[in-house]
Design a protein around this ligand. Structure first.
Ligand code: NAD
Length: 443
């Protein structure tokens, strides 16, 4: 099928590439000229495992193309996806300006019946706004066309996005149009072969499903961080508690890891946007507000542990930071916990030597050049002449450091483990002080 995708970010680029991979003819359109030019030369703007070779192969085959020419792109597609950003507005609501700008563009250029598919995460009622915006533009052109607006939220995880897209757990399609549903079933048939993954529903339920999924996952994380806070105070180890509860299938092992707080482009903004929607409809989102508040506090916790260890403050200290991205296997630093920590360290007068396997360029873009930040090429370089080590992101390569070497290198011989990667006894046996999340025994 002929597919057009607006937005070549994490969602648009991965979706477009996977659709091309299974044989569809895809044009991705973006307003970012540099991004589009780069993609046409094989430069992938994000780090996502497995993506680069797939983009290059499908581009070379002619099934995946990139353009800034919205009119030509709209002319191409029988199905037109909207996969642009929905950042938080100042009041926490989802800012729909990019989504509605695309809707206007579609309305201005569309020449035939199309199915418009919204993949961006948007509040309930947005499909109606998209439909009204397109209809208004068509009316301005004195044109009548039949078109559908479908909600098809995306559930991919950054860091495993290609795999999620090629083998989705479920494909949620929200529409009241039998024809649109049929078209999307055909589009997704290659991803739906072994067992039924399509969950069809009405548009509003589909829009809410995405927020419900992210809010549930964020709730699990904040719940565990609250348990970690209790464990730390009562002298229990949250890692034992985690082992003790995860085997219950009603609880499960996923998303019960305590840590330095959740970040990224989705959970923080989606929890807030859902709370905002709830308020608009007269519901009091007590749980969502608490999930957000626990997370905001958790992002401060590594620094609190440092203050505990350095009662005279960290001014003048050099702190090695391992991990800047909001989670492993991505270069995305949006709302990353590392950003909260770095801001606190700088405010307190510390110098940071940071290493991240993929996010160095992004960190340079965000922080620019500053005297109190050195972005290192390796994990060991970050340790040189450092007083303390803080692990913020659980990249695999940070899991088994040589603790003896760490003890010989770090001047203050202390490790702050923001993801509970290490066995406290092993770290302490090497002569280092250890602080983890919710590990009461380290008090
Ligand atoms: P992103 O910021 O990485 O990419 C958005 C892209 O859209 C940018 O390249 C931008 O230049 C482009 N864009 C903006 N306006 C445009 C326009 N008028 N025409 C064409 N392109 C335009 O965003 P993302 O992370 O891919 O997220 C997109 C949406 O998907 C958001 O609503 C997000 O909440 C949702 N989502 C994201 C993820 C994720 O893991 N990143 C997962 C599921 C859902």
């Amino acid at each position: 099928m002929r597919v057009t995708i607006f937005g070549t970010g994490y969602v648009g680029l991965v979706t477009g590439t996977c659709l091309a991979e299974v044989g569809h003819d895809v044009i991705c359109v973006d307003i970012d000229n540099a991004k589009v030019e780069g993609l046409n030369r094989g430069v992938i703007p994000i780090y996502e495992p497995g993506l680069e070779s797939m983009v290059k192969a499908n581009h070379a085959s002619g099934r995946l193309n990139f353009t800034t020419d919205a009119a030509a792109a709209i002319e191409h597609g029988d199905v037109v996806f909207i996969a642009v950003g929905t950042p938080p507005d100042e009041d926490g609501s989802a800012d729909l300006k990019y989504v509605l700008a695309v809707a206007r563009t579609i309305g201005q250029h569309v020449q035939r019946a199309v199915v418009v598919v919204n993949k961006s995460t948007v509040p309930v009622g947005t499909a109606d706004k998209v439909r009204a915006t397109i209809a208004q533009e068509l009316a301005n052109r004195r044109t009548t066309l039949v078109f559908d607006v479908v909600s098809n939220p995306e559930f991919l995880k950054e860091g495993d996005a290609v795999n999620d897209c090629m083998r989705p757990d479920r494909i949620v399609i929200g529409t009241d149009s039998a024809q649109a549903l049929e078209k999307l079933k055909r589009l997704y048939a290659p991803f739906n072969r072994n067992h039924e993954r399509i969950v069809a529903m009405d548009v509003r339920s589909a829009e809410l499903t995405k927020y419900a999924a992210n809010a549930m996952l964020a709730t699990k994380i904040s719940f565990m961080n609250e348990m970690a806070c209790i464990a730390e105070q009562v002298g229990a180890d949250i890692e034992h508690v985690r082992q003790g509860i995860g085997s219950d299938p009603r609880i499960g092992w996923h998303f019960i890891y305590p840590g330095a707080g959740y970040g990224g482009s989705c959970f923080p903004k989606d929890v807030q946007a859902l709370a905002w929607t709830a308020q608009q409809y007269g519901c009091n989102p007590r749980l969502l507000d608490a999930v957000e508040a626990v997370n905001a506090a958790q992002k401060q916790h590594l620094f609190e542990l440092m203050q505990r260890h350095f009662p005279d403050g960290v001014a003048g200290k050099t702190v090695a930071v391992w991990g800047l991205s909001f989670k492993p296997n991505t270069d995305d630093m949006r709302a990353a916990s590392s950003r909260t920590l770095l801001a606190q360290l700088w405010e307190a007068g510390a110098r940071v030597q940071a290493f991240d396997p993929e996010a160095t360029q992004e960190a340079r873009r965000i922080f620019g050049t500053r005297d109190d930040l050195h972005l290192c090429a390796t994990a060991s370089e970050a340790l040189q002449d450092a007083d303390a080590l803080v692990v913020v992101t659980e990249w695999k390569q940070f899991r088994s450091p040589d603790f003896g070497k760490l003890a010989r290198t770090l001047k203050d011989k202390v490790v702050f483990d923001g993801r509970n990667l290490y066995d406290p006894a092993e770290v302490e046996a090497a002569g280092l002080a250890y602080y983890g999340i919710g590990r009461g025994r380290s008090l």
